[in-house]
Design a protein around this ligand. Structure first.
Ligand SMILES: NC(=O)c1ccc[n+]([C@@H]2O[C@H](COP(=O)([O-])OP(=O)(O)OC[C@H]3O[C@@H](n4cnc5c(N)ncnc54)[C@H](OP(=O)(O)O)[C@@H]3O)[C@@H](O)[C@H]2O)c1
Length: 286
């Protein structure tokens, strides 16, 4: 199979490339932003020619920045994705986000929940999703992503642990901390299932099972790093005002995987234990 990975220098993009290499896939075009700008229609059309699977990990991911630059964010997360979907159709696997939902639920969001984003980033991603689904492609929503390659909450906690005695972390947002490498493996498995006709086009949820708060995750990170979790102190979101509103509840359901032969992701806590050696390798980072 011939693969195209866009956003290949990003956190998820790098893990997708690693997973494909580990799977023995040799026909992989790994396109960083400097190789392929997904907002360039001619370049996108040319890039997808002869490709069997497009894994689109390119995105505007500055959630707060999107509030004052919604047009620019939506150009990447909405309009470029529409173009990519038009060119690749069912060959496209698009990554999306829990931020397409309002966060007001009290039980995990099923895959077919209508999007109702509460911030500019979510609105752009929802436009992208809609286009992919209309073109018969695949949408994999993820959330609370952390990984070896790139700034993320887990690496930030490791850095702060080295800099401060205590760290205040919010305990009023719920979500599923998800390792980008585990998601990359699942997405590559989905591509296999799609090609084999076992997975219908549509929305899937690529998030860890279970959930916690950012406070709970921070404590787990400290424990994993051999540090005292008591150094993490609970606080509330109103003490950390940020430009973009965050959904309070970001837990996603996983029924969509049934019958595909692709396993839902593991519980977030053992997943974190499995991820820690890679995350601690180049600490403090982040
Ligand atoms: N991180 C999370 O917590 C999280 C949560 C939910 C969903 N997601 C989704 O997961 C996916 C992967 O995110 P990530 O965390 O790996 O993000 P990331 O590390 O920021 O990677 C995104 C990559 O896309 C590139 N990019 C930006 N604009 C582009 C363009 N016009 N053309 C080509 N490439 C472009 C970026 O390049 P530059 O660095 O040069 O700008 C970056 O390398 C995204 O779809 C994101 O929306 C992430």
């Amino acid at each position: 199979m011939r693969w195209l990975v866009t956003g290949a220098a990003g956190m998820l993009g790098r893990d997708l490339c690693a997973v494909l290499a580990e799977a023995g896939e040799t026909d992989v075009v790994a396109a960083a932003r400097t190789d392929l700008d997904i907002t360039d229609p001619a370049a996108v059309r040319e890039a997808v020619e002869g490709i069997d699977v497009v894994l689109n990990a390119a995105a505007w991911t500055d959630v707060d920045g999107a509030e004052t630059a919604e047009e620019a964010a939506t150009a990447v997360n909405g309009h470029a994705v529409r173009m990519l979907a038009g060119a690749a159709g069912k060959r496209l696997i698009q990554f999306s986000t829990d931020y397409v939902f309002d966060g007001e639920a009290t039980r995990p969001y099923p895959e077919d929940t209508p999007p109702a984003p509460v911030n500019a980033y979510g609105r752009g991603k929802a436009i992208g999703e809609r286009a992919v689904l209309a073109a018969g492609g695949y949408v994999v929503r993820t959330a609370w992503l952390y990984g070896e390659h790139g700034p993320n909450f887990v690496r930030t906690m490791l850095r702060l642990a080295a800099e401060r005695d205590t760290v205040d972390v919010v305990y009023d947002q719920y979500g599923p901390p998800t390792w980008s490498y585990a998601l990359a493996r699942q997405a590559v498995a989905l591509a296999g299932a799609a090609t084999a006709g076992r997975a219908a086009p549509g929305a899937y949820h690529g998030t860890a099972a279970g959930s916690t708060t950012w406070y709970g995750l921070a404590r787990a990170v400290f424990a994993e790093a051999g540090l005292d979790p008591v150094r993490v102190r609970p606080t509330t979101s109103d003490r950390f005002r940020r430009p973009a509103r965050r959904p309070a509840y970001s837990v996603l359901g996983h029924d969509g995987w049934t019958g595909t032969g692709v396993a839902p992701l593991a519980d977030w806590r053992p997943m974190l234990t499995a991820a820690m050696p890679a995350l601690l390798r180049d600490r403090p980072g982040g």
